[in-house]
Every structure is written in structure tokens, then in C-alpha cells.
Design a protein around this ligand. Structure first.
Ligand code: GLA
Length: 381
């Protein structure tokens, strides 16, 4: 669908044909706000993605058309050329980060579109960065490997979008593998693929369809809290570089040196990193009930300690609990977007019916439901 529309638009705008690339959004089974603290995450790429057609145009300008928004932007590639449109900043940022790493990126024409819902916690922005990272790397025959492309996407967020995100989203978008989750150690960047086919269960996202404002500044504030606590702990334990290196005992030692808010944020992160240590064994045994229990614990921590949930997400989480859903929690950065739910096959229909009907009744918004399908990462089509 997207691809045909992209090709038609590309032909009509630029009178030629380019190459096609795609990169997906992601889910994350568990391990939230742990990536920038050097902890573990368990994401997987999904069957919702960004797609672009692209071709060098022999100039020093990028000409880009965002098909879903019907918007056009044209921009140069120097540091002073930052485009005004927010979507164009992602493409420009990827180019700039490549140039900063010594690559010679020239002008190109592109049309792009996608079906990763925006603001739903499924990483539409990482999908866009990875799609263009992979595409530009390929059309200009650059040397970046997938890890460097993920880092380029992350640096784009930091330097041109203003979100001090971790590496999880871009990593999943670049390294995704059909049928597998990725157990990523965000400190060493070592990873293993964990086949994920929970017999008798389904993984489903319920989208609140709300995205509360200022999510990016609230996100940066959470990260700052973690760094404040690390700085305090480091005075006593110089080896601590990230919350991954700390533990609850270390945290308690600095209780009087950090503010109460930073303390409780760090407590969540340390607990979440700990929860992730047991997950591989649970998955190996096929003990999805244990996994689900941890998902609920994560939700409570994200809601009460890290405070990145919202009324709508808490409401859906309560319904999941009432319906005996095995595991449920807010997914991604928070402040809206989706809950991720691990549901027994036989409970699925009842849960979805109850969740969608009661959510709509309470909030006057129709929630969206997506069955999770785990797919490959960035590719040339
Ligand atoms: C966003 C960020 C990620 C990660 C999650 C929370 O998706 O982009 O790096 O921090 O939030 O786990």
C-alpha cells in the first residue's frame, strides 16, 4: 500500500525511479528506562515500518516529501541548514551525523511514508532515522555497519531533535529479527536473539491514542534524575558510571544527598534492571506467568515511582488485571501511547472487548488494538 503510493509520488515529483528501503518500529517486552542507565532491554522489531524511495540528485540539497502529511521540504546539509519542519529534522540529523563521522553525503530526492502510529510508544522516529540511515548508507556506498547506524539515529535525537534517548529503539529497528526478541545489554551493547513464540499466549498492544504534551522534556528530566543520583553515588563508589553499576544499598547511602524525587526515580531503575536479570531464565522455561508478573511490577514502578504513566494507561492496566491477563504494562517512554499485554489465547477476545468498550465509554476515544508480529530490521526492498 505505502510502497505503491510512494512510487507514484516519487515518479510524479522527480520524474524518475529510486531505490526502496524500510525500517520497522518496535515493541519492548520488558526493561523500560533502563537503556540510558546501562541496563538490559528486550525489544523486537514489528510489522509496522517506515518506507522510503530515494535517489541521489547530483546537487547539494535534499528534496523530501512526507506522503502521510502531504508536506515538502528542501534543505542543505551544512550545520546552519537545520530545517524548520520537525519530520525533516530527523532526515537532516541523520545526514549531519554521517558527515560528522567523515562521510560525504550529497543531495538526494526522497518520498517517504509509514504505518508506525505516531506518539504510540512504538518508535516511529527511530524507524524513520534507521530507514534513512540504512538508505543513505547504501545509495552513497558508505561504510557504516548496523551498530553505527543505530548510534547515528540516537545521536540525531540528541543533537537535532532534543531527546536524550537511549539506544534501544534504534538498535531494535536496525537489528530486528523475525520471530525473536533481542536481549540487549545497553552498557556493553552485546546482544542475543531470544526466539519468542509463547505457545498458548498472544502479545497485543492497546493504544490509548493519547500522547500527553511535553513528553520529551519529561523524558530528559527522568534521565537527569538518574544522572544526579549516579553523581552522588560516585562520590562514595568511584567505579559507578551508570545506575547499572549501583544497587539499592548504594542508593540508600546517598538518601540524604539527593532529592526525594531523584531517589525514587533511581529506585525504580535499579529494581527494573534487577527484574531483567531473571527474565531470560523465565523465557527459557516457558514460564510466561513469571514474565507477566514482572510486567505488572514494571507498570506499578513506571506509574508510581518513575511517574511516566497517565490516567488512560493506568485504566487499561487495571482492566487487564481484572480480566486475568497474564502481564500488562505501559510500553516505551510513557505519557500516553500503548500498553503491551501478554494474554492467554482463551482470554483474548473477552479482554479486548472489555478494554476497548470501557475505555471508549470512559475517555470518549476509540483505542486501537495491534497484534504483535515480530519482524526483521532495516532492509533494502
Ligand atoms: C524511549 C526512548 C528509549 C527508551 C524508552 C524507555 O522509547 O527512545 O531509548 O529509553 O523510551 O524505555
Amino acid at each position: 500500500m505505502e510502497i505503491k503510493a510512494i512510487q507514484e509520488k516519487f515518479k510524479s515529483l522527480f520524474g524518475t525511479k529510486g531505490s526502496l528501503f524500510t525500517s520497522p518500529g518496535r515493541i519492548n517486552l520488558i526493561g523500560e528506562h533502563t537503556d540510558y542507565n546501562g541496563g538490559f532491554v528486550l525489544p523486537g522489531a514489528i510489522d509496522k515500518a517506515m518506507y522510503c524511495e530515494i535517489k541521489p540528485n547530483g546537487t547539494d540539497k535534499v528534496r523530501a516529501f512526507a506522503l502521510d502529511l502531504e508536506e515538502y521540504a528542501e534543505f542543505g546539509l551544512k550545520e546552519e541548514d537545520l530545517p524548520a519542519k520537525s519530520w525533516a529534522k530527523y532526515i537532516y540529523g541523520v545526514c549531519r551525523e554521517m558527515i560528522k563521522r567523515g562521510a560525504s553525503v550529497e543531495g538526494f530526492d526522497t518520498v517517504f511514508a509509514g504505518d508506525v502510529p505516531l506518539g504510540a510508544g512504538m518508535s516511529s522516529s527511530a524507524a524513520l532515522e534507521s530507514c534513512f540511515g540504512y538508505a543513505i548508507n547504501s545509495i552513497f556506498k558508505l561504510w557504516f555497519d548496523r551498530l553505527e547506524l543505530a548510534k547515528i539515529g540516537q545521536a540525531t535525537e540528541h543533537n537535532y531533535v532534543g531527546v536524550n534517548c537511549g539506544i534501544m529503539d534504534q538498535f531494535a529497528s536496525c537489528f530486528g529479527k523475525e520471530g525473536s526478541l533481542i536481549r540487549l545489554d545497553c552498557r556493553s551493547l552485546e546482544y542475543q536473539y531470544v526466539p519468542f513464540n509463547p505457545q498458548g499466549y498472544r502479545l497485543v498492544l492497546v493504544n490509548t491514542c493519547v500522547a500527553h504534551e511535553l513528553a520529551s522534556s519529561a523524558y530528559n528530566k527522568r534521565r537527569q534524575s538518574c544522572e544526579n543520583v549516579v553523581a552522588a553515588i560516585k562520590k562514595h563508589h568511584p567505579e559507578v558510571e551508570l545506575l547499572r553499576d549501583a544497587n539499592i544499598a548504594y542508593l540508600k547511602e546517598v538518601a540524604n544527598e539527593v532529592n526525594a524525587e531523584d531517589y525514587i526515580r533511581a529506585e525504580f531503575v535499579i529494581e527494573e534492571i534487577q527484574r531483567l536479570l531473571d527474565i531470560p531464565a523465565d523465557l527459557e522455561k516457558g514460564d510466561y506467568e513469571a514474565v507477566g508478573k514482572k510486567m505488572y511490577e514494571t507498570h506499578i514502578g513506571l506509574s508510581r515511582k518513575y511517574e511516566v504513566s497517565c490516567e488512560e494507561l493506568d485504566f487499561l492496566n487495571d482492566i487487564a488485571r481484572d480480566c486475568d491477563v497474564t502481564g500488562s504494562r505501559v510500553m516505551g517512554g510513557g505519557f500516553g501511547g500503548c500498553t503491551i499485554n501478554l494474554v492467554k489465547d482463551e482470554l483474548y477476545d473477552g479482554f479486548i472487548k472489555r478494554a476497548t468498550e470501557s475505555y471508549e465509554q470512559k475517555f470518549k476515544i476509540k483505542p486501537k488494538v495491534y497484534d504483535v508480529v515480530i519482524k526483521d530490521g532495516a532492509i533494502k526492498l
